[in-house]
Design a protein around this ligand. Structure first.
Ligand code: ZN
Length: 341
């Protein structure tokens, strides 16, 4: 089979297509004939070699959708031929974090495609317990962008920040797959959505996705804009994944008692904090990462209902994996990039 791998860490140029033997599923595992695999910022970090232990050569790809074509011992044959999407979270089920029912707090937490070989290949072998049937209205391409982007957005918004209908939510960096997912899910939850993006075309598209007010960060001071557009109150929740470049503005844009939830730091991870803002406005800063099992299932149910359609930037053949990495890295994409083997 063909697999897009890197044998050393570095830029997109380290990616290449290798010919490998078809992998066989072991006990408890299933082999998925990959039809589509979503590309995420996580894949860029793993390729660069920060800060994860990955054995080399490595096949990336945490977002896998396809058809089960073989199962190992202890797995029901009924899976064979099913359209599936894979929950990429691997937890031990036995540690203190797992014991709290919060699988992302697992001390041995790992992610398919990051700590193990992933879906940028013709076949991927995964634990059968991570398989979910793809809801009928979704294509393989649409299903393949759900686990990381929509799962992460679901946990941040619903699981961690507990956004309720009628609250105001500000989404930063609204062109990336996960930020767009957060924006759509916030609107679906009945929140009033504010968003920051760049360029008139992105502003138009973000507005179409349900944001009431969209700020072009190249044209205006969005933090002040939020303050003024909320009658000098600020927003209830800020969804952050930009990091250093926006952190201060994000805190300023929060209302008294507001919550900031963060799951990424694409512009840098050293952010300052004016402690007076924190205590005087009685803010909460909340960290978040990949979805817990229950959150993943809730997300899949909502996405499967067709109420929210995943936003895909473009679908590229596996041969163009390096170009796909370059496009995501450049910030030019609007929504998720998908690779098809
Ligand atoms: Zn655990």
């Amino acid at each position: 089979m063909r697999a897009a791998r890197f044998h050393e860490h570095g830029g997109p140029e380290v990616l290449r297509l290798d010919e490998l033997p078809q992998p066989d599923p072991g006990p408890g595992e299933a082999r998925v004939a990959v039809r589509a695999a979503g590309l995420n910022h996580l894949d860029l970090w793993v390729r660069r070699g920060l800060p994860i232990d990955t054995t080399l050569p490595h096949t990336g790809g945490s977002d896998i959708a396809g058809v089960v074509d073989a199962v190992g011992a202890e797995v029901s044959d009924e899976w064979v031929g099913e359209r599936v999407v894979v929950n990429p979270s691997l937890w031990c089920g036995r540690c203190a974090g797992c014991g709290r029912g919060e699988h992302p707090l697992c001390r041995k937490y790992r992610i398919i495609g990051e700590h193990t070989d992933g879906g940028f290949a013709e076949y991927a072998v995964v634990p059968a317990e991570k398989l979910y049937r793809i809801p009928e209205p979704l294509s393989f391409e649409e299903a393949s962008v759900l686990p990381v982007s929509y799962g992460t957005a679901w946990r941040a918004l619903i699981g961690r920040a507990a956004v309720r209908a009628g609250e105001s939510v500000l989404v930063l960096g609204a062109s990336g797959g996960t930020a767009i997912a957060a924006l759509q899910l916030a609107a679906h939850a009945g929140a009033e959505v504010f968003a920051v993006t760049s360029g008139p075309e992105n502003v138009r598209r973000v507005r179409e996705l349900g944001a009431r007010r969209v700020y072009d960060r190249l044209e205006e001071d969005w933090s002040r804009g939020v303050y003024e557009d909320t009658a000098r109150e600020g927003v209830d929740v800020v969804v952050e994944n930009v990091g250093e470049a926006t952190w201060e503005g994000s805190l300023r844009a929060l209302a008294r008692g507001g919550r900031l939830v963060t799951y990424g730091a694409t512009t840098g991870h050293r952010a300052g904090l004016d402690l007076r803002l924190l205590f005087w406005k009685q803010l909460r800063i909340i960290g978040s990462t990949m979805a817990a099992r229950r959150e993943f299932e809730e997300m899949l149910r909502v996405m499967g209902s067709g109420a929210v359609r995943p936003v895909i930037d473009r679908v590229l053949p596996l041969e163009e994996v390096a170009a796909a990495h370059e496009r995501l890295e450049s910030g030019a994409a609007f929504g998720s990039i998908v690779l098809t083997p």
